[in-house]
Write a protein that binds this ligand. Structure first.
Ligand SMILES: [Zn+2]
Length: 302
């Protein structure tokens, strides 16, 4: 068997095997996918989550969909190392493992944890209200997590205090949500049907990664936001030829990446459909390096 065929088969096996603990030491800046799937049940893909690593420290966590809590452990993620958590929007496939991450978080981190989420509209509460409904010590669903919103740590309660920021999804310009320790993170609201969502751009050590989140691909400002990123992660949520009020078609994903002139496109949030025609459609508009995301996949940002 030729070496390339052997490697291709190995790649196929790896992409279809249950994920094992996997470190990500690909370079000084690397992005690791914790969840490469969307809302559909999937044998191999957890729901959406990404970890940006700098000097092999877990520095920025974007989204926390179902299954991401386990992947965070497999990726050897450290709560104490996180500069911030960004939540793109409040669909369960992007945020449902947040309570799991926070429960017992006070045991591994003492500093408040900065967390950023979207403002609300008719389709969703704003992020502060969402957190209150979950974690308020009197009225929340997880009263035991009251300390994350400032309640006193007790014998029955836990969680590291959150430092919450809410970004206005209707604002035309990007908002800076973190700027310290040689790293800048900006967020921009983009349309995702009735529920707006936040895209995040992280810049550190002279390189940038953009996390697009779910989107219809109809906000032209996103191209500017993603311009020249070394790595762009976009969501390939619907099959070739499909139309959907919430998600961009494969060719729209390709066009945006091409127009933004990114160094490397990773598609993630992959749905349970035949990928080959979707990738072919995407490639009619995009000619640069392309990777299909997988859980725990690690990519150097350069
Ligand atoms: Zn989603």
């Amino acid at each position: 068997m030729k070496r390339s065929a052997t490697l291709a088969m190995l790649g196929l096996l790896l992409s279809q095997s249950p994920a094992l603990a996997q470190s990500c030491d690909a370079g000084s800046v690397a992005v690791q996918i914790l969840g490469s799937g969307g809302p559909a049940i999937n044998r191999f893909r957890s729901s959406t989550s990404y970890l940006l690593r700098v000097d092999n420290q877990s520095r920025v966590l974007i989204d926390m969909g179902g299954g991401a809590f386990g992947r965070f452990g497999q990726a050897d993620g450290k709560l104490a190392d996180l500069a911030m958590v960004g939540i793109s929007h409040l669909h369960p496939d992007h945020v449902s493992d947040l309570p799991a991450l926070l429960w017992l978080s006070h045991q591994s981190r003492k500093e408040p944890l900065p967390i950023v989420g979207p403002s609300g509209n008719d389709a969703a509460p704003d992020f502060q209200a969402f957190l209150s409904r979950l974690f308020d010590e009197k009225a929340g669903a997880f009263q035991v997590l009251g300390p994350v919103l400032g309640a006193k740590q007790g014998t029955s309660g836990g969680g590291v205090p959150l430092k919450v920021s809410v970004v206005d999804v209707a604002k035309a310009q990007a908002t800076t949500v973190f700027d310290a320790e040689g790293m800048t993170v900006t967020a921009l609201g983009i349309p995702h049907g009735p529920m707006a969502t936040l895209a995040f751009r992280v810049t550190t050590k002279g390189v940038s990664v953009v996390f697009s989140s779910d989107q219809t691909g109809t906000n032209p400002s996103f191209v500017e936001f993603a311009k020249g990123a070394n790595v762009l992660i976009m969501h390939l949520a619907i099959p070739a030829g499909a139309k959907n009020p919430l998600h961009a078609a494969p060719e729209v994903v390709g066009r945006i990446a091409q127009e933004a002139g990114v160094g490397h496109l990773i598609v993630s949030h992959v749905g349970p459909f035949n990928l080959e025609p979707a990738i072919a459609e995407l490639k009619t508009r995009y000619s640069g390096p392309l990777t299909v995301g997988a859980d725990l996949q690690c990519t150097a940002v350069k």
